[in-house]
Design a protein around this ligand. Structure first.
Ligand SMILES: [Zn+2]
Length: 330
Protein backbone atom coordinates (compact mmCIF):
# COMPACT_ATOMS: atom_id res chain seq x y z
CA UNK A 1 0.00 0.00 0.00
CA UNK A 2 1.45 3.40 -0.93
CA UNK A 3 1.60 6.32 1.47
CA UNK A 4 -1.38 8.13 0.01
CA UNK A 5 -3.61 5.08 0.26
CA UNK A 6 -2.46 4.45 3.81
CA UNK A 7 -3.28 7.95 4.94
CA UNK A 8 -6.57 8.01 3.08
CA UNK A 9 -7.50 4.85 4.91
CA UNK A 10 -6.63 6.46 8.19
CA UNK A 11 -8.24 9.80 7.71
CA UNK A 12 -9.67 10.42 4.28
CA UNK A 13 -7.40 13.42 4.08
CA UNK A 14 -3.70 13.59 4.60
CA UNK A 15 -0.45 15.45 4.81
CA UNK A 16 0.21 15.15 1.13
CA UNK A 17 -1.31 15.92 -2.25
CA UNK A 18 -4.30 17.96 -1.15
CA UNK A 19 -5.74 18.62 -4.56
CA UNK A 20 -5.68 14.98 -5.59
CA UNK A 21 -7.08 13.82 -2.30
CA UNK A 22 -9.84 16.41 -2.31
CA UNK A 23 -11.05 15.20 -5.68
CA UNK A 24 -11.18 11.66 -4.33
CA UNK A 25 -13.32 12.53 -1.34
CA UNK A 26 -15.22 15.57 -2.62
CA UNK A 27 -18.33 13.70 -3.60
CA UNK A 28 -19.23 12.06 -0.30
CA UNK A 29 -18.32 15.20 1.63
CA UNK A 30 -20.48 17.41 -0.57
CA UNK A 31 -23.30 14.93 -0.34
CA UNK A 32 -23.11 15.24 3.45
CA UNK A 33 -22.20 18.90 3.23
CA UNK A 34 -24.56 20.93 5.37
CA UNK A 35 -23.54 23.79 7.59
CA UNK A 36 -22.83 22.89 11.18
CA UNK A 37 -22.68 24.71 14.42
CA UNK A 38 -19.11 25.09 15.60
CA UNK A 39 -19.85 25.16 19.32
CA UNK A 40 -22.50 24.02 21.75
CA UNK A 41 -22.85 25.20 25.37
CA UNK A 42 -24.36 23.53 28.42
CA UNK A 43 -24.06 23.40 32.22
CA UNK A 44 -22.84 20.54 34.39
CA UNK A 45 -23.43 21.39 38.06
CA UNK A 46 -21.53 24.68 38.49
CA UNK A 47 -19.33 24.14 35.46
CA UNK A 48 -19.82 25.89 32.14
CA UNK A 49 -19.16 23.38 29.41
CA UNK A 50 -18.87 23.81 25.71
CA UNK A 51 -18.27 21.45 22.80
CA UNK A 52 -16.17 23.01 20.05
CA UNK A 53 -15.62 21.34 16.70
CA UNK A 54 -12.20 20.75 15.19
CA UNK A 55 -13.85 19.50 12.00
CA UNK A 56 -14.21 15.99 10.69
CA UNK A 57 -12.32 12.93 9.55
CA UNK A 58 -13.55 10.74 6.71
CA UNK A 59 -12.48 7.10 6.80
CA UNK A 60 -12.68 5.45 3.41
CA UNK A 61 -12.97 2.57 2.80
CA UNK A 62 -14.73 1.42 5.94
CA UNK A 63 -12.94 -1.93 6.17
CA UNK A 64 -10.36 -2.72 7.38
CA UNK A 65 -10.36 0.55 9.38
CA UNK A 66 -13.48 -0.82 11.09
CA UNK A 67 -14.40 -4.48 11.59
CA UNK A 68 -11.18 -5.92 10.16
CA UNK A 69 -11.71 -9.51 9.04
CA UNK A 70 -15.50 -9.43 9.50
CA UNK A 71 -17.62 -10.57 6.55
CA UNK A 72 -18.14 -7.49 4.33
CA UNK A 73 -21.74 -8.28 3.53
CA UNK A 74 -22.57 -8.39 7.24
CA UNK A 75 -20.93 -4.99 7.74
CA UNK A 76 -22.75 -3.51 4.75
CA UNK A 77 -26.08 -4.87 5.93
CA UNK A 78 -25.56 -3.31 9.34
CA UNK A 79 -24.82 0.07 7.75
CA UNK A 80 -27.78 -0.17 5.35
CA UNK A 81 -30.11 -1.15 8.16
CA UNK A 82 -29.09 2.09 9.91
CA UNK A 83 -29.45 4.28 6.78
CA UNK A 84 -25.69 4.94 6.71
CA UNK A 85 -23.35 5.13 3.69
CA UNK A 86 -21.49 1.91 2.95
CA UNK A 87 -18.39 3.46 1.34
CA UNK A 88 -17.15 5.77 4.09
CA UNK A 89 -17.63 6.72 7.74
CA UNK A 90 -17.43 10.29 8.88
CA UNK A 91 -16.02 10.93 12.34
CA UNK A 92 -16.70 14.08 14.29
CA UNK A 93 -13.85 15.76 16.15
CA UNK A 94 -15.59 17.07 19.26
CA UNK A 95 -13.49 19.02 21.74
CA UNK A 96 -14.90 19.45 25.24
CA UNK A 97 -14.12 22.80 26.88
CA UNK A 98 -14.62 23.37 30.63
CA UNK A 99 -14.73 26.78 32.25
CA UNK A 100 -14.24 26.66 35.99
CA UNK A 101 -12.92 29.17 38.55
CA UNK A 102 -11.14 31.28 35.96
CA UNK A 103 -9.65 28.33 34.14
CA UNK A 104 -10.35 27.31 30.57
CA UNK A 105 -9.66 23.61 30.08
CA UNK A 106 -9.61 21.70 26.79
CA UNK A 107 -9.87 17.94 26.55
CA UNK A 108 -7.61 17.13 23.59
CA UNK A 109 -6.38 19.51 20.95
CA UNK A 110 -7.71 18.20 17.63
CA UNK A 111 -5.71 17.40 14.50
CA UNK A 112 -3.80 20.63 13.92
CA UNK A 113 -2.49 20.69 10.35
CA UNK A 114 -1.89 16.93 10.19
CA UNK A 115 -5.01 15.83 8.32
CA UNK A 116 -5.77 18.61 5.85
CA UNK A 117 -8.42 21.24 5.62
CA UNK A 118 -11.46 19.28 6.82
CA UNK A 119 -10.02 19.36 10.33
CA UNK A 120 -7.77 21.62 12.39
CA UNK A 121 -10.51 24.23 12.90
CA UNK A 122 -10.35 24.22 16.70
CA UNK A 123 -8.65 27.59 17.22
CA UNK A 124 -10.90 29.36 14.71
CA UNK A 125 -13.98 27.84 16.34
CA UNK A 126 -12.77 28.64 19.86
CA UNK A 127 -12.41 32.26 18.77
CA UNK A 128 -15.99 32.23 17.46
CA UNK A 129 -16.97 31.11 20.97
CA UNK A 130 -15.00 34.00 22.51
CA UNK A 131 -11.93 32.01 23.58
CA UNK A 132 -8.45 32.98 22.38
CA UNK A 133 -5.56 30.48 22.45
CA UNK A 134 -3.84 32.55 25.19
CA UNK A 135 -6.94 32.12 27.39
CA UNK A 136 -6.53 28.33 27.54
CA UNK A 137 -5.00 27.40 30.91
CA UNK A 138 -5.02 23.59 30.64
CA UNK A 139 -5.12 20.93 27.91
CA UNK A 140 -5.83 17.36 29.00
CA UNK A 141 -4.73 14.78 26.41
CA UNK A 142 -6.70 11.52 26.56
CA UNK A 143 -4.06 9.73 24.45
CA UNK A 144 -1.29 10.80 22.11
CA UNK A 145 -2.80 9.90 18.71
CA UNK A 146 -2.40 12.55 15.99
CA UNK A 147 -6.06 13.62 15.98
CA UNK A 148 -5.87 14.33 19.74
CA UNK A 149 -2.38 15.71 20.34
CA UNK A 150 -1.72 17.10 16.84
CA UNK A 151 -3.29 20.49 17.60
CA UNK A 152 -0.80 21.36 20.34
CA UNK A 153 1.89 22.63 17.96
CA UNK A 154 2.15 24.39 14.62
CA UNK A 155 4.40 23.74 11.65
CA UNK A 156 7.39 25.41 13.34
CA UNK A 157 6.86 23.40 16.54
CA UNK A 158 5.46 26.51 18.23
CA UNK A 159 2.96 25.90 21.01
CA UNK A 160 -0.52 26.90 19.85
CA UNK A 161 -1.83 27.26 23.41
CA UNK A 162 1.23 29.07 24.79
CA UNK A 163 0.04 29.55 28.38
CA UNK A 164 -1.50 26.11 28.92
CA UNK A 165 -0.34 23.27 31.12
CA UNK A 166 -0.64 20.01 29.19
CA UNK A 167 -1.59 16.78 30.96
CA UNK A 168 -0.77 13.35 29.53
CA UNK A 169 -0.80 9.89 31.11
CA UNK A 170 2.64 8.68 32.12
CA UNK A 171 1.94 5.39 30.37
CA UNK A 172 1.23 7.02 26.99
CA UNK A 173 4.15 9.40 27.42
CA UNK A 174 6.55 6.52 28.05
CA UNK A 175 5.06 4.40 25.24
CA UNK A 176 5.36 7.03 22.50
CA UNK A 177 8.81 8.19 23.58
CA UNK A 178 10.16 4.63 23.81
CA UNK A 179 12.60 3.54 21.14
CA UNK A 180 10.13 1.28 19.37
CA UNK A 181 6.48 1.60 20.46
CA UNK A 182 4.94 -1.87 20.20
CA UNK A 183 2.25 -2.38 17.56
CA UNK A 184 2.53 -6.19 17.53
CA UNK A 185 -0.92 -6.62 19.10
CA UNK A 186 -2.57 -4.16 16.70
CA UNK A 187 -4.30 -5.14 13.46
CA UNK A 188 -2.65 -2.12 11.89
CA UNK A 189 0.25 -3.34 9.78
CA UNK A 190 1.00 -0.43 7.45
CA UNK A 191 4.46 0.69 8.53
CA UNK A 192 4.24 4.14 6.93
CA UNK A 193 1.01 4.88 8.74
CA UNK A 194 2.44 3.58 12.03
CA UNK A 195 5.50 5.79 11.52
CA UNK A 196 3.28 8.84 10.89
CA UNK A 197 1.38 8.19 14.14
CA UNK A 198 4.63 7.79 16.10
CA UNK A 199 6.17 10.92 14.53
CA UNK A 200 3.23 13.19 15.39
CA UNK A 201 3.17 11.93 19.00
CA UNK A 202 6.92 12.46 19.42
CA UNK A 203 6.92 15.88 17.76
CA UNK A 204 4.21 17.21 20.05
CA UNK A 205 5.44 15.65 23.30
CA UNK A 206 8.99 16.82 22.63
CA UNK A 207 7.80 20.38 22.00
CA UNK A 208 6.62 20.56 25.61
CA UNK A 209 8.95 21.09 28.54
CA UNK A 210 7.78 22.80 31.73
CA UNK A 211 4.20 22.77 30.46
CA UNK A 212 3.98 18.98 30.55
CA UNK A 213 2.42 17.28 33.58
CA UNK A 214 2.18 13.49 33.66
CA UNK A 215 -0.73 11.87 35.46
CA UNK A 216 -1.42 8.38 36.80
CA UNK A 217 -4.59 6.26 36.67
CA UNK A 218 -7.14 7.77 39.06
CA UNK A 219 -5.54 11.20 39.36
CA UNK A 220 -7.81 14.23 39.61
CA UNK A 221 -6.85 17.26 37.52
CA UNK A 222 -7.89 20.88 38.21
CA UNK A 223 -10.55 19.86 40.78
CA UNK A 224 -13.16 18.61 38.32
CA UNK A 225 -11.66 15.85 36.12
CA UNK A 226 -10.66 12.34 37.20
CA UNK A 227 -8.65 10.36 34.68
CA UNK A 228 -9.36 6.63 34.43
CA UNK A 229 -7.12 4.28 32.49
CA UNK A 230 -9.00 2.52 29.65
CA UNK A 231 -6.17 0.77 27.79
CA UNK A 232 -6.21 -0.86 24.36
CA UNK A 233 -6.68 1.97 21.91
CA UNK A 234 -3.28 3.07 23.22
CA UNK A 235 -1.59 1.69 26.37
CA UNK A 236 -2.29 4.90 28.29
CA UNK A 237 -5.67 5.76 26.74
CA UNK A 238 -7.92 7.31 29.39
CA UNK A 239 -11.53 8.19 29.83
CA UNK A 240 -12.29 11.22 31.98
CA UNK A 241 -15.00 11.73 34.58
CA UNK A 242 -15.95 15.41 34.76
CA UNK A 243 -17.84 16.27 37.90
CA UNK A 244 -19.41 19.17 39.78
CA UNK A 245 -21.58 18.75 42.86
CA UNK A 246 -23.72 15.69 42.15
CA UNK A 247 -23.51 16.02 38.36
CA UNK A 248 -21.08 14.07 36.22
CA UNK A 249 -20.21 13.42 32.60
CA UNK A 250 -17.95 10.70 31.18
CA UNK A 251 -15.66 11.72 28.31
CA UNK A 252 -14.99 8.37 26.61
CA UNK A 253 -12.29 9.63 24.22
CA UNK A 254 -11.64 6.87 21.61
CA UNK A 255 -13.41 3.99 23.30
CA UNK A 256 -15.65 3.88 20.19
CA UNK A 257 -15.44 5.46 16.73
CA UNK A 258 -18.85 4.43 15.36
CA UNK A 259 -22.21 3.86 17.01
CA UNK A 260 -23.33 1.46 14.28
CA UNK A 261 -20.20 -0.66 13.93
CA UNK A 262 -18.54 -0.43 17.35
CA UNK A 263 -21.07 0.41 20.10
CA UNK A 264 -23.42 -2.18 18.63
CA UNK A 265 -20.57 -4.64 17.81
CA UNK A 266 -17.79 -4.04 20.33
CA UNK A 267 -15.90 -7.15 19.22
CA UNK A 268 -15.74 -6.12 15.53
CA UNK A 269 -13.10 -3.69 16.67
CA UNK A 270 -11.00 -0.92 15.23
CA UNK A 271 -7.81 -1.43 13.26
CA UNK A 272 -6.12 1.59 14.86
CA UNK A 273 -6.23 0.10 18.37
CA UNK A 274 -2.67 -0.60 19.49
CA UNK A 275 -3.85 -3.73 21.36
CA UNK A 276 -6.92 -4.99 19.50
CA UNK A 277 -8.16 -7.59 22.01
CA UNK A 278 -7.50 -5.44 25.06
CA UNK A 279 -9.46 -2.60 23.41
CA UNK A 280 -12.45 -4.93 22.91
CA UNK A 281 -12.34 -5.97 26.58
CA UNK A 282 -12.00 -2.38 27.80
CA UNK A 283 -14.81 -1.23 25.50
CA UNK A 284 -17.16 -3.89 26.88
CA UNK A 285 -16.24 -3.15 30.51
CA UNK A 286 -16.60 0.64 30.26
CA UNK A 287 -19.85 0.47 28.26
CA UNK A 288 -21.26 -2.06 30.73
CA UNK A 289 -20.51 0.31 33.63
CA UNK A 290 -21.88 3.36 31.81
CA UNK A 291 -25.06 1.55 30.77
CA UNK A 292 -25.64 0.27 34.32
CA UNK A 293 -25.12 3.72 35.86
CA UNK A 294 -27.15 5.47 33.09
CA UNK A 295 -24.32 8.00 32.87
CA UNK A 296 -24.25 11.00 30.58
CA UNK A 297 -21.49 10.42 28.03
CA UNK A 298 -19.41 12.65 25.79
CA UNK A 299 -17.72 11.07 22.78
CA UNK A 300 -14.89 12.60 20.79
CA UNK A 301 -15.83 10.97 17.47
CA UNK A 302 -19.58 10.19 17.56
CA UNK A 303 -22.00 12.59 15.86
CA UNK A 304 -22.09 16.23 16.92
CA UNK A 305 -22.14 17.34 19.66
CA UNK A 306 -21.12 13.91 20.99
CA UNK A 307 -23.51 13.78 23.94
CA UNK A 308 -25.63 10.75 24.74
CA UNK A 309 -26.00 7.50 26.64
CA UNK A 310 -25.38 3.82 26.02
CA UNK A 311 -27.88 1.16 26.92
CA UNK A 312 -27.65 -2.60 26.87
CA UNK A 313 -29.09 -4.32 23.82
CA UNK A 314 -28.80 -8.09 23.72
CA UNK A 315 -25.15 -8.99 24.13
CA UNK A 316 -24.00 -5.50 23.09
CA UNK A 317 -25.04 -1.85 23.39
CA UNK A 318 -26.74 0.95 21.53
CA UNK A 319 -25.94 4.64 21.43
CA UNK A 320 -28.77 7.01 22.32
CA UNK A 321 -27.88 10.47 21.10
CA UNK A 322 -28.83 13.45 23.27
CA UNK A 323 -30.02 16.04 20.83
CA UNK A 324 -28.34 19.43 21.00
CA UNK A 325 -30.45 22.15 22.52
CA UNK A 326 -29.53 25.61 23.65
CA UNK A 327 -27.76 28.73 22.50
CA UNK A 328 -25.68 27.46 19.60
CA UNK A 329 -24.43 29.91 17.05
CA UNK A 330 -25.21 29.09 13.44
ZN1 LIG B 1 -9.33 9.74 17.75
Amino acid sequence: MDRRTALLRFAGLALIGFTDIRSLVAKPLNAIGKKRNSFHQFKLGELDLMVVSDGRIVMKPIQPNFAPGINSRRVEQELERNFAPTDHIELGINILVIKSKGRTILLDSGCGANFGEQSGGLIKNLQKAGINPEDVTDVVITHAHPDHIGGLTGAENQLLFPKAKVYLSRIDHDFWLSENPDFSKSKLTDQQLIQFVKDVAKKNINALSDQLHLFEDGDTIVDCITMQLAPGHTPGHCVAKIFSNEASLYHIADLVHSAILVVAHPEWGFEGDSNFNQAVQTRRKVMSDLAASRSLIFSYHLPWPGLGHVRKKGNAYEWVQQLAMGPDES
